[in-house]
Every structure is written in C-alpha cells, then in structure tokens.
Design a protein around this ligand. Structure first.
Ligand code: UDP
Length: 380
C-alpha cells in the first residue's frame, strides 16, 4: 500500500514515553503495525523520540511535559510552536496523504482551519469529552477533518459537533495481547489490583474500602499526581496537597491504606507491572467516571486476569459479564463480585485479548478508517 501518514504526537512527551504517557503509548503500539502493513509514517513529535519511523518532524528537542504546570499562555505557546512546525511541513510538501492527529483540541482546530489545501485528517479522541464541549466548538471546514473515538460510549457522550464528524471508534490495544492465548499461565495469588492514576474517577477509595470489608488483599498501583513513589510523596510535604489527586489520596484513600491488607506501591512498570497484574485474582475498576478507552482493562485481559468493575464508560464494550469479568451498576455490589471473580477462567480473558485487542487488529482498523476519511474528503 502506498500511503504516507503524518502522525502528530504533540510536543509533550517522547514516543515511546519515558514512563507515564497514554497517548504516546498508543502511537508507539500503532506505528510499527502500520509500517508492517506498508504505511509510510512521518512522526511529528519531539527530537528525542526513538520510535522507528520513516521520517521525523520536530520543533522541540525533548518532551515539554514539565511545562504543563506553567501559566496557561506558556502552555499554549508550546502547543502553537509545535503545530506551526506541523503546518509548515504540510504546506511545503505534497507527499502526505493523511494526517493522523492525537493532539487534543488544538490539533483538531488547526487542521480544520487549514482548509482545502491540507491533506485530509483523522483526529483520535482520547478523553471523556462530555466535560469539554467548548474545546471542540468550531470545526468549520471540517469535511476534511474526521474524528474517531476509542470506544462507542465515548463517542455517544461527545458533543454533537464532533459526532457529526465521526467515522467510528477503534478500541485500544496492547502488545501484551500478541500470543496471549499461547503464553504459559501465571501463578495466581490471592490479591486484587487497581492499576491506574490515583484519581476520584478511578475510584481507589471505593476499592480500598470494599477490599477491607471483605478481607481480600488489595494492591493500588499508579502515581498520585506527579509522585510515582510513596517516598517521593512523603518527602514532598504539605505543598504536595495543592494537587487535587494528592488531596484525594490523603483524604479518601490513605485512611484505608494499612500497609498490610491494602497497600499503595506507587507506579509499577515493565515486568513488575505485568507480574502484579498476571498474579492477581482480579483487576478492579470501581469507576466513577465514564472510562473512555481503558488500556489497563485490555492489559488485564491479556495477562489472564478477569476484570471486576462498575459498568461505566467503555467497560461493557470490553468485558463480557460472566466470562471475562463481572460488571455492576451498584458500587456496593462490587464487594460480592470481588469474591466471585476467582470462578472466572483466566484463559477466556487471554483468548479474548488475543482476538480483539492486539496492535495488528487496531492497525488494520485504522487503515480502513484512513481509506474512509480519504474517500469522504474527495467526494464532490
Ligand atoms: N500504568 C502503568 N503503571 C502504573 C499505572 C498505570 O504502567 O503504575 C499504565 C497502564 O498499564 C496503562 C496506562 O498506564 O497502560 C493507563 O492507561 P488507561 O487508559 O488505563 O488510563 P488513563 O490513565 O489513560 O485514564
């Protein structure tokens, strides 16, 4: 296939990301598979990105994530400088067939504003958009700019202006799903795990309270605000409380963390993360927000760990109740489901991941969407 795609990853983190980095991880998973399918990829990112691509465009030498704490106008300045680099590249060459943009709102608006000279563009939505309708208000000239969600439920909640430009959704994937059905079974322990940013939406307070009620060990893994290790949070002192997730942790979660039955281990990565998930009796998602894509959900399935969750956001699309996990609308009922999770078959979870959530499945779906976006753009 002769298709050249400019993949816009934005200026915030290198690809693959050094640690945290949801969007950058999606791009790092997608691009090698696209290239295997014959797509040429020009990556617009920062110079320190090491992902193998056909060509790189960058304005900044390395990720500007640290600057996101700065005043709003400085953050916008960084965004604009990066996007100016992208727009300049698009104007100076004619070999780009399509832009695949992942830069929230600003990227989309810029592409829409470029008008008929720009290549058609597909913008992947990564957030729960119901809360940010204003960001996506103006899509003038948007017939050449289409969007896709990371789940059907995310799109259903998106503002009308976006839904009108939607070409569908593509579920997130994980490299862990490759051959997941053929890997040796992991030894199962007794513990539950909640993997994710400590945040009210992810509901670690509910999980911790219920785990103590039923007497099942629970490991909370993930950063609290910018703090990845318990000792870093402790050393930060009172100033850290300016961060809302830190306040949530101290006020709502920490009272249940006894260091014995319920533990917070900070951010886990690599083999440590995989072992923690694979060895758990279940992965718990006591969600209070409408989870848009749920990478940690598909990772859990790929590692043979059933999911127990509130049926919010994309969870009912990813999990089949009674086979790969247990879902409920009632927070308190999660406690019973935690105990029942050991009855589910880890092999069913791994089979599901190997069929639905591999990078190859995701890449093929994007190639189909690229085709559709180009057709729509060239229609009279
Ligand atoms: N993650 C991790 N270590 C942690 C916590 C999270 O590697 O301690 C990873 C997790 O494996 C997943 C990503 O961070 O790949 C979180 O993505 P998800 O879509 O689940 O949640 P988000 O934070 O983007 O809402």
């Amino acid at each position: 296939m002769s298709l050249t795609v400019l993949m816009n990853a934005g200026p915030w983190l290198s690809v693959p990301p050094p640690g945290y980095g949801g969007i950058e991880n999606v791009i790092a998973t997608l691009v090698p598979e696209l290239r295997r399918l014959g797509v040429r990829v020009v990556l617009a990112s920062v110079d320190s990105s090491t992902l193998p691509v056909d060509e790189k465009i960058s304005v900044f030498p390395d990720g500007q994530f640290h600057a996101l704490q700065r005043p709003y106008n400085q953050v916008c300045g960084i965004s604009q400088a990066h996007l100016f680099g992208v727009v300049r590249a698009l104007h100076s060459r004619d070999d780009i067939d399509l832009v695949h943009d992942h830069v929230e709102a600003v990227g989309l608006a810029t592409l829409a504003a470029m008008g008929p000279d720009a290549p058609p563009a597909l913008h992947t939505l990564h957030w729960d958009l119901a809360k940010h309708p204003a960001l996506y208000g103006n899509l003038d000239g948007g017939d050449r700019v289409r969007v896709n969600g990371v789940s059907a439920s995310q799109l259903a909640r998106a503002p009308q202006a976006l839904r009108e430009h939607s070409v569908g959704h593509v579920h997130l994937s994980t490299p862990l799903a490759v051959d997941a059905d053929r890997r040796p079974r992991a030894e199962k322990g007794d513990h539950l795990v909640i993997l994710g940013r400590i945040n009210p939406g992810k509901g670690q307070d509910v999980g911790a309270r219920l785990a103590r009620r039923v007497g099942v060990p629970l490991v909370l893994a993930g950063p609290v605000g910018p703090y990845h290790r318990p000792e870093d949070l402790a050393a930060a002192g009172d100033e850290a409380r300016q961060n809302p997730d830190v306040r949530f942790f101290y006020d709502e979660v920490a009272p249940h963390v006894d260091g014995d039955l319920v533990r917070w281990v900070g951010t886990v990565a690599g083999q440590e993360r995989d072992d923690l998930l694979a060895g758990a009796r279940a992965s718990l998602f006591p969600l209070r927000w409408e989870e848009p894509g749920g990478t940690a959900v598909v990772e859990s399935l790929a590692l043979g760990t059933p999911v127990v969750a509130t049926a919010r956001g994309c969870l009912p699309e990813l999990i089949e109740h009674g086979r790969t996990g247990l879902l409920t609308d009632d927070e308190e009922e999660l406690a019973d489901l935690l105990l029942a999770a050991s009855l589910l078959d880890p092999d069913e979870c791994r089979r599901e991941a190997a069929v639905r959530f591999t990078p190859a499945v995701m890449a093929q779906r994007y190639v189909d969407l690229y085709e559709r976006v180009r057709q729509l753009a060239s229609a009279p």
